[in-house]
Design a protein around this ligand. Structure first.
Ligand code: HPA
Length: 273
């Protein structure tokens, strides 16, 4: 993939199959069971999961582009869990704001499904609308509202999104950490943070979490038949809820401070799936 616009011309399923075959060859693992996308603040969980048997630069694999963000590791890792399951850790998320191309966003998810994964664990750093939440707190995603105006799907693909963020998997997560609250994730296109008015709008339409990823990925994961667990790390209260201006540095710092606490929790959850 040389140009960011090549995606307009490719069959996403065929490209995902090609990428999955390359991952199988590079990792020596023909089948993965679980896909795990690590967002801001969640990076340390992978090391706790089990034995990392292969680390591949994502740019070696068809359709993956360089991460736009410092602090996002552009690798794919294969991890053997103690229970024998295989996790494909995606440290190379493409955000919608990079190319305004939902199919490019969905590529890692479709590739994970093509490696055999039937469970998709998606994590992110996000803004919190609920005033009772504090930066550094992880929350479960119970549903989403997609405000990007985009979809990774093409044509008359009328897929059902009921229970998109599996209540079964949320219940498992709560067995690990009963204090986990949950909320509706609202995906904005970004890359600018929301205005306070946009945050009030998100709240009025039923949102509790604001971010710039995840919803488009979850749609692609559902289309691919995966069961989805979503977790947001609240890195800040959303614009206007928090009275001070938002900054990327603050988001990264909140992630770093929370990492030591949330990584073991995520690792425990994944080992139960
Ligand atoms: N808004 C959108 N994305 C984010 C935020 C936010 O407040 N915090 C971290 N990612």
């Amino acid at each position: 993939m040389t140009s960011p616009y090549d995606f307009a011309d490719v069959d996403p399923t065929a490209l995902a199959a090609e990428a999955a075959a390359q991952i199988a060859a590079a990792t020596g693992v023909p089948h993965h069971d679980i896909a795990l996308t690590l967002g801001s603040g969640w990076g340390k969980a992978a090391e706790l999961l089990g034995e990392v048997t292969a680390t591949i630069p994502a740019t070696d694999i068809a359709g993956f582009s360089k991460p736009a963000l410092a602090g996002h590791v552009g690798t794919l890792r294969s991890i053997a869990l103690p229970n024998g399951k295989r996790v494909l850790v995606i440290g190379a998320r493409t955000h919608f704001y990079e190319y305004r191309d939902a199919r490019r966003v969905a590529h890692s998810v479709r590739t994970a499904a093509a490696t055999g994964a039937t469970t998709f664990v998606v994590t992110n750093g996000a803004g919190g609308i609920r005033e009772s939440w504090t930066p550094g707190q992880p929350v479960l995603i119970s549903d989403h509202i997609n405000l990007t105006g985009a979809t990774p799907l093409t044509g008359a693909t009328f897929i059902d999104l009921t229970d998109l963020y599996s209540s079964r998997l949320r219940a498992i997560a709560r067995e690990i950490d009963p204090s986990l609250d949950e909320g509706v994730y609202v995906q904005f296109p970004g890359p600018q943070y929301e205005t306070p008015a946009e945050v009030q709008y998100a709240k009025a339409i039923g949102g509790h979490i604001v971010g710039m990823s995840t919803a488009l990925e979850a749609i692609a994961a559902r289309e691919a038949g995966m069961e989805i667990l979503g977790l947001s790390l609240i890195t800040n209260l959303a614009a206007g809820i928090q009275k001070t201006p938002l900054s990327h540095a603050e988001v990264i710092e909140a992630g770093q401070l929370a990492e030591a606490r949330i990584a073991p929790m995520l690792a425990s959850i994944v080992s139960r799936l």
